[in-house]
Design a binder for this molecule. Structure first.
Ligand SMILES: [Zn+2]
Length: 428
């Protein structure tokens, strides 16, 4: 019989209501039952977590990040996107060896979990994707690795190598860890990719029931590059290539025309909104309220630590709501419930759903008193309030402690290693 964990005496954040005091039973990898008040006497468990003063919510989907950039925090300051990429990020990524990747991504996984994410989409730009996938499998994290690539310009790879690598990743990793590990096709940006490789790689992903995940329309400069070359805006060009669909994720989508918004809606594509990265790099403000109103699905993400400096999904919800209000001059734009919806993706507390759960301590001077749970989660709760994180019924962080590694030792190793990396890349 599968292991049963009972979490009780906490607020339960359900899809359509909040139970101020309730209980939830985890059976094996899934949510078995929940209810209001105290657990009925017939509910038995192998493990009980008393959670008074806590809120239990579904873990978030951090829909786009580059975790290897934990070693590059702070490098975004004062540079526009392309200059930032060319003069700092690409140099550092090229200098990373397998051990750098292992440590930087481990640090990133710990940080992302602490930030409330139980499912992470890693748009993986450096070598050694196997190192990252093995870490996710070993730690028990839910991770989609979008194999990043460019077949044109700086750092271009030959198309055949990209496709062979994707085929191998799909064969070896897609669906491993009881479905926790997934592979995606990750072209880096329209102006860095050829039409042919885009089409072939997207078709390959489709064959495996996987998505294509790409930075789109992030800056006005990038939109102009695609217009100059193809006479079409980036979303229009991808649509002409047959890539737009339910299995397409357009990361950023800051500068969209009316026609592009219409196509995203018609093709049922997803936009991944990264509010902090768009502000830090001064890229602009994605029209999230308009996209949602026009029927485009929007998810939320931190983006990499080099263009955010953090992986806190609570902070992203807070920033997303404030940014939309400034953008639309409407104080009701993107309410807290809507921000949570974007951050959860399809994750909900419901019987039969994967037990991907987060417990936050709300007993703090920053959060109490709580009048509106959704507002408290978006505007008051932060990464430091996350105490317990469970993925597929397995505790990864409990009472603030990471259970799958020695965090103090990891921090010491990362400090040392990142210092050497900067020196090797000539950037210190
Ligand atoms: Zn990115």
């Amino acid at each position: 019989m599968s292991k049963r964990t009972l979490i009780h005496d906490c607020a339960l954040i359900l899809p359509d209501q909040v139970l101020p005091r309730g209980w939830l039973l985890v059976e094996g990898e899934r949510i078995g039952a929940f209810g209001a008040g105290v657990p009925p006497t017939h509910v038995t468990a192998d493990q009980r977590l008393a959670a008074e003063g806590r809120a239990l919510l579904p873990g978030f989907l951090n829909a786009h990040t580059h975790l290897e950039q934990t070693f590059m925090r702070g490098f975004a300051s004062g540079r526009p996107l392309l200059e930032w990429l060319r003069n700092a990020i690409w140099k550092l990524q090229a200098a990373m060896d397998a051990e750098d990747v292992r440590l930087a991504v481990t640090l990133g996984l710990v940080e992302a979990l602490r930030g409330g994410a139980t499912h992470i989409v890693q748009h993986h730009k450096v070598a050694q994707p196997g190192v990252v996938l093995a870490l996710a499998e070993q730690f028990g994290v839910r991770l989609t690795l979008a194999r990043a690539w460019a077949d044109r310009g700086a750092e271009a790879e030959p198309a055949e190598r990209i496709l062979a690598d994707l085929r191998e990743l799909f064969a070896m990793w897609h669906g491993r860890g009881d479905g926790r590990i997934r592979i995606a096709n990750g072209p880096l940006a329209p102006w860095r990719c050829s039409a042919e490789t885009l089409q072939r790689s997207a078709a390959l992903a489709r064959q495996h029931g996987a998505v294509t995940h790409c930075h789109m329309n992030e800056t006005q400069h990038e939109v102009a590059l695609t217009m100059q070359e193809h006479g079409l805006r980036p979303i229009e060009w991808f649509d002409a290539l047959g890539i737009l669909g339910e299995d397409f994720q357009a990361v950023h989508s800051v500068w969209l025309s009316d026609g592009e918004i219409q196509r995203l809606a018609q093709r049922r594509a997803t936009v991944v909104h990264c509010p902090a990265a768009n502000m830090i790099l001064a890229s602009g403000c994605a029209p999230v309220v308009r996209l949602r109103r026009d029927g485009v699905r929007v998810t939320l993400a931190t983006d990499g630590p080099a263009s955010n400096d953090g992986q806190d999904m609570f902070e992203m919800m807070h920033l997303a709501t404030l940014l939309q209000r400034v953008h639309t001059l409407d104080p009701a734009a993107l309410n807290p419930r809507e921000a949570l919806e974007m951050a959860w993706g399809t994750h909900h507390l419901q019987v039969g759903a994967p037990a991907d759960l987060v417990l936050v301590n709300t007993n703090s001077a920053r959060i109490q008193p709580v009048h509106d749970w959704h507002a408290a989660l978006v505007h008051n709760v932060r990464q430091c309030d996350v105490e317990t994180v469970m993925v597929a019924g397995q505790l990864l962080i409990h009472e603030g402690r990471v259970l799958f590694l020695d965090e103090a030792a990891l921090l010491a190793e990362c400090r040392e290693r990142a210092h050497h990396l900067l020196r090797r890349a000539g950037l210190n």
